[in-house]
Design a protein around this ligand. Structure first.
Ligand code: KG4
Ligand code: ZN
Length: 348
């Protein structure tokens, strides 16, 4: 990178993680996340009102920590990137309002970031420890973004040029994991519990349905209903059914979800003749998906890009990274900006 280095603070408060991070150009200096998992666990999902209150309490300490860990002072910051949406309105409001006042007080520009754009651009964050081994995808590439709220296949032509080829028409992949986990009695968020148990199960034990959706669209609500019926009818016959078959149930469900995702991704890679294939979002932490993608990559001759776990789930480093690209192109947000609960990916 030429010229003097650019320091960007990223702020993420779209759901239940209060996160702040600092990058110097594309190099990560700090990445701090205060999880609210325990606050919401009791209710079996994120409670929006509790999320905004927790963000309000945590935003200042988390930002302070990110600046200290980056070994800079607030006066070294060149810009502030924040998640404008999509997400929970009350949660977003905390991050957006904080970013606006902090940018105003430091007299530096701020950059709005779409949370999903952030997940995709997490692939460009460089970490000191990786040295020369670090590699990011080359454009154009395909990114399967799978999180608690979204399931999308995105054609990425440039850091700020993204086109959604297809997405879920109902539940997201993460929701499918979490709802199934709830049916099995696991705490929220249940995706990681299924992942862990699946490692010791046989994926061929139970056959769950594979939805037939047009193009690159996804649907997970049918799978959820069939899973619910499957569990109910088996538990009616045998009260210990879940306990006795936990690992096999998890392995079979995970196998099906991964199959659904990879089938469409493979078709998109063939149609668009793209060899650089990436995954992003919380579900990209899933070991079954990671392994299946590596195998598919080998078979299809893809260059596969799988983010480190800390960049899969919600974090602010990805927001800072997206903000950096906007900063260098002079794409700044105004002080009148408001959060958006629903926010399309803006291209260009
Ligand atoms: O991207 P993310 O942190 O938040 C949203 O933007 O939604 O994704 C959270 C989702 C949750 O549904 C969670 O269960 C899922 O990612 N998840 C996983 C795993 N780790 C997180 N799902 C399956 N296996 C995992 N290891
Ligand atoms: Zn996310």
């Amino acid at each position: 990178m030429e010229g003097s280095p650019i320091h960007i603070l990223g702020i993420e408060t779209s759901c239940d993680e209060t996160a702040a991070a600092v990058i110097r150009n594309d190099l990560l200096l700090s990445n701090c996340v205060a999880s609210q998992e325990l606050i919401h666990r009791y209710f079996g999902g994120v409670v929006p009102e509790l999320a905004s209150r927790a963000h309000q309490q945590k935003i200042i300490p988390v930002v302070e920590e990110a600046i200290i860990r980056a070994n800079i002072t607030k006066n070294d910051l060149d810009g502030i990137a924040f998640t404008r949406g999509p997400g929970l309105m009350g949660a977003l409001l905390v991050g957006v309002s904080f970013a606006k006042s902090f940018a105003l007080s430091l007299d530096i520009p701020m950059m709005e970031v779409n949370h999903l754009e952030g997940h995709v651009l997490a692939h460009f964050i460089r970490r000191e420890t990786e040295g020369n081994l670090w590699k990011s995808p080359t454009f154009p590439f395909l990114c399967l973004t799978v999180s608690g709220g979204h399931t999308q296949i995105i054609l990425v032509s440039d850091p700020l040029q993204m086109e959604i080829l297809g997405e879920t028409q109902d539940d997201a992949a993460g929701e499918a994991f979490d709802k199934a986990a709830k049916i099995l009695g696991f705490p929220y968020p249940g995706g990681p519990f299924i992942d862990k148990l699946a490692a010791n199960g046989n994926p061929d034990s139970f056959a769950f349905p594979h939805p037939q959706m047009p193009g690159y669209e996804f649907s997970f609500s049918g799978l959820k209903t069939s899973f619910l019926n499957f569990i109910h009818s088996n538990v009616n016959r045998d009260a210990d059914f879940i306990d006795r078959h936990k690992a096999d149930i998890c392995a079979s469900l995970q196998y099906r979800i991964v199959q659904i995702l990879l089938e469409k991704l493979t078709r998109a890679a063939e149609e668009y003749k793209i060899k650089d294939i990436a995954i992003a979002g919380g579900v990209s932490a899933n070991s079954g998906l990671r392994a299946a993608l590596l195998m598919a990559g080998e078979k299809m001759g893809w260059n596969v890009f799988i983010p480190p776990i800390e960049f899969c789930t919600d974090n602010a480093a990805m927001i800072a990274m997206a903000g950096y690209h906007k900063f260098v192109r002079g794409k700044f947000a105004s002080q009148q900006i408001t959060p958006l609960a629903r926010m399309p990916i803006v291209t260009g």
